[in-house]
Write a protein that binds this ligand. Structure first.
Ligand code: CP3
Length: 347
């Protein structure tokens, strides 16, 4: 076995255990990606985006690029949330300039063609990437594994790609709740075992992205987002009780209270709209907070960035806190603004 640095003293792990640190650890959602010229170069060596995700040499390289450049406190596995439906047997592809496309499920009957047979074999390159990262990362850098939450992944499976109003997927839930439940339950099972395998390959923390949680009325939010995430977290904890989980239920407003109290996550990712003082007063006694710089302030840079970082630190860095964005980095971000951000957060 190659060297494996112990997790417990890494800043990210300390913050997730509830410690308040003199400087918050920092990493950024989508820290690897198109805003970096070296990413574009490596991506050009792959046969499309999914091939990049499934080729450990290339996936390790793009994961490490932002660590070399900026020295973030954590590294997130380079992959995508849509490898899960792909491994379940659905057709998934990425169109240049358009984004993800899937052969949409049209009825409960289409579910018969999906399943867990061959699931982990399909994802073996991802586990290999995780294992190699754990060996290659600097001793102080924590390794985060991830998956999409069931609803967010289901939305792509039912819409066939990105969506404006999630009308098709939500209509399934409202008109055919039993079929919709089967999709969610399959994803709870698949995602739990996918994350457990990532942990066994070397991930020290896992994050669940519920990027589209913010579109539901309250009872549906509980049923289709909070409860499935609770189940996944409980399944992970049953096997790996010491591995912290960060949940990012983007856009859920006041329901962040329920996610803080009931999800079982140690970390809660705040989207850009969450008021800082409210989060400090109502959430931070229960979970480590992560967030929530507007990614567009990172595009703007300068004084806007400086003030925003100061406001976030002033409100949240007095308790358990991880500095991050409120959603992923956008491709037009100037790499030197990330450098400016690192200096501001570590000053
Ligand atoms: C919804 C979602 C997806 N993927 C992801 C989410 C949840 C987070 C969020 O809300 O942003 C998560 C994701 N996707 C990617 C990562 C890698 C790790 C990292 O954060 O650095 C992670 C954690 C790489 C990626 N995933 C994708 C890219 C760009 C692909 C390219 O190189 O062209 C990257 C670097 C493509 C992708 N993948 C997805 C979409 C909608 C798109 C197209 C839009 C876009 O291009 O940003 C699905």
């Amino acid at each position: 076995m190659a060297k494996r640095v112990k997790s417990e003293n890494k800043l990210l792990l300390r913050a997730l255990r509830g410690e308040t640190l003199p400087h918050p650890p920092i990493w950024l959602m989508r820290q690897a990606g198109r805003y970096l010229p070296e990413y574009m170069k490596t991506r050009g060596q792959a046969n499309g985006f999914l091939d990049l995700c499934y080729t450990p040499d290339l996936a390790v390289e793009v994961t490490l690029q932002p660590i070399r450049r900026y020295g973030f406190d954590a590294s997130i596995l380079f992959s995508d949330i849509l490898v899960v439906p792909h491994a379940l047997g659905q057709k998934v592809w990425f169109e240049e300039g358009v984004g993800p496309k899937l052969e949409a499920l049209t009825s409960g009957a289409d579910l018969e063609s999906l399943g867990l047979d061959g699931f982990h074999e399909h994802l073996a390159p991802v586990y290999e990437t995780v294992g190699r990262l754990r060996e290659e990362l600097p001793a102080e850098t924590a390794l985060i594994g991830f998956a999409g939450a069931p609803w967010t992944v289901a939305s792509y499976m039912l819409e066939g790609g990105s969506s404006k109003d999630f009308g098709t997927a939500k209509t399934w839930a409202y008109s055919r709740p039993e079929d919709f439940r089967r999709v969610i339950e399959l994803l709870v099972e698949a995602t739990s075992s996918y994350l457990i395998r990532q942990i066994e390959a070397g991930a020290e923390v896992v994050q669940l992205f519920d990027s589209w949680a913010g579109v539901w009325p309250e009872k549906d939010l509980r049923r289709w987002c909070l409860e499935p995430c609770q189940k996944i977290i409980a399944n992970i904890k049953a096997v790996h009780p010491d591995i912290p989980v960060i949940l990012f239920p983007r856009g859920v407003g006041l329901a962040y209270l329920d996610f803080a109290r009931e999800s079982g996550a140690q970390g809660l990712g705040l989207d850009t709209t969450v008021p800082l003082d409210w989060a400090r007063d109502h959430l931070q006694s229960q979970v480590t907070l992560q967030g929530n710089l507007d990614p567009i302030k990172l595009v703007a840079g300068g004084d806007a960035l400086k003030r925003a970082v100061a406001d976030i630190r002033e409100a949240l860095a007095g308790g358990p806190f991880i500095f991050n964005l409120g959603h992923g980095i956008v491709p037009q971000t100037p790499p030197e603004h990330v450098e400016q951000l690192m200096k501001l957060v570590r000053a």
